[in-house]
Design a protein around this ligand. Structure first.
Ligand code: SAM
Length: 184
């Protein structure tokens, strides 16, 4: 995949493209750079990862490709509480598959989103893991899990082929106003 593919995967999920967005498990920033292309010029972008080397590479890539963007980087473990502000959007690409017990992490991420906030998940469309992608989930499994985690209106945005594990999907879910039905 190249930058155009990353942009295409996210494009239909961005909405107004304003406010504060976080790329959770940003790595070297393929999807952070896509966000920089898609979001309003005034939008804030925060890249979160536990790999400081990757965040430094991302900072340099952003400077080279989108010098007008102010990128905030946060060294953090996304399974733990993070010092994030209220978010209008989250991108989580190829990072949730590192988590076996996904529900608590999703509930924790959901709490950072404003009502109506957007979660765009990019994942391999398979439920057969391996040592590099230990706990992937298909789009139907994601749609069911997102609902259990209190997200609403989950829909498929786009797909991209991959020689590794078949292909990716991008899906959008919304954070509804109020607590999830399971917690009322
Ligand atoms: C396969 S890379 C994906 C990077 C990027 N999102 C992409 O799609 O190109 C997964 C990234 O998630 C990060 N990661 C995995 N588990 C994490 C955790 N618990 N907290 C923070 N970062 C994590 C890794 O350090 C790595 O940079």
């Amino acid at each position: 995949m190249d930058h155009r593919d990353h942009v295409r995967l996210l494009r239909d999920g961005i909405g107004p493209g304003q406010g504060v967005w976080a790329d959770i498990g940003a790595g070297w920033g393929a999807f952070t750079l896509a966000l920089a292309d898609l979001l309003d010029t005034d939008a804030r972008i925060i890249a979160v990862d536990r790999d400081t080397g990757a965040l430094e590479a991302l900072r340099r890539a952003m400077q080279a490709r989108f010098p007008q963007r102010v990128l905030e980087v946060m060294h953090a473990d996304f399974t733990q509480p993070m010092a994030l502000p209220p978010l209008d959007g989250i991108v989580m690409a190829n990072a949730l598959h590192f988590v076996r017990d996904k529900l608590p992490v999703l509930a924790h991420l959901r709490a950072y989103l404003r009502p109506g906030g957007r979660l765009i998940l990019v994942e391999y469309d398979t439920d057969r893991g391996n040592r590099w992608v230990p706990y992937p989930l298909t789009y139907p499994a994601w749609a069911a899990l997102a609902e259990r985690a209190g997200f609403a209106e989950t829909r498929l945005l786009a797909r991209a082929p991959s020689s590794f594990l078949g292909g990716f999907y991008a899906a959008l879910s919304l954070c509804p106003a109020g607590p999830p039905a399971s917690m009322r």
